[in-house]
Design a protein around this ligand. Sequence first.
Ligand code: HXC
Length: 258
Amino acid sequence: MAYETLIVEIEDEVALIRLNRPEALNALNSKLLGELAEALTAADANDAVRCIVLTGSEKAFAAGADIKEMSEKGFVDMFGEDFFTPETEAMLRVRKPIIAAVAGYALGGGCELAMICDFIICADNAKFGQPEINLGVVAGIGGTQRLTRFVGKSKSMDMHLTGRFMDAAEAERSGLVSRVVPVAKLVPEALSAARKIAEKSALTVKVVKECVNRSYETTLREGLLFERRVFHALFATEDQKEGMTAFLEKRQPQFRDR
Ligand code: HXC
């Protein structure tokens, strides 16, 4: 499938999706987000894909929602089209893991898009920010909620109220990203993490994603119960038998995703 604003490659069971609007630092317009929702949904449905990596360029993951496209809109337009909600909801329905590989700017909607992914690996030149306040608006696809859960209230308030950027070291220190690597190693590192995930049972991988995401949606007590029941349920799978037998037989497991 050919896209106008994305480059998609599938190799070794990993889909690499690259945002490709270099003239606008990968600013998120409706075309790009529509294509991205479509590409992610297609990768989720494709049996040849077990993990997804989403990246941009070395200069920008994405510099935010496209300000040119948004600037003339009014409330009725934004509310009427439920601006970017169908696209982000489609991304949240993806059950395979999505790793964000962020180099350069991840600002506004770009930072929010990275946080919609399951985890973030960033390059040492990454800059995260929620500068919407400088445009007289607020984050619109989860920034005030997700960044606060990632880095805590104080730092989130600071970022949203001052519009300042966070560099890679601060992002790692604050728990926003899982790893920082030199920019030239970013995509290889993310692909290597994705391939590692692709070796696991696809069934167990989906369960892990559901369990961790559950911790955002519910109380600790309910989350613990959910995890415990799912843990029990996995003992009904062939992959649990294979994983534990392989360990005892001192060999690599051969998972069959069932
Ligand atoms: C549209 C953008 C853009 C954006 C950059 N460009 N960001 N176009 N929307 N968000 C365009 C510029 O207009 C310029 O086009 C080209 O990309 C290169 O950008 P420069 O500004 O010349 O580059 P540089 O000087 O290196 O500065 C980089 C930058 C700056 C610091 C990232 O571009 C910047 O501040 N961008 C805006 C960041 C921002 O405010 N993001 C939040 C958006 S609101 P031309 O044609 O002039 O060469 C948002 C809300 C989310 O995201 C809510 C979702 C629903």
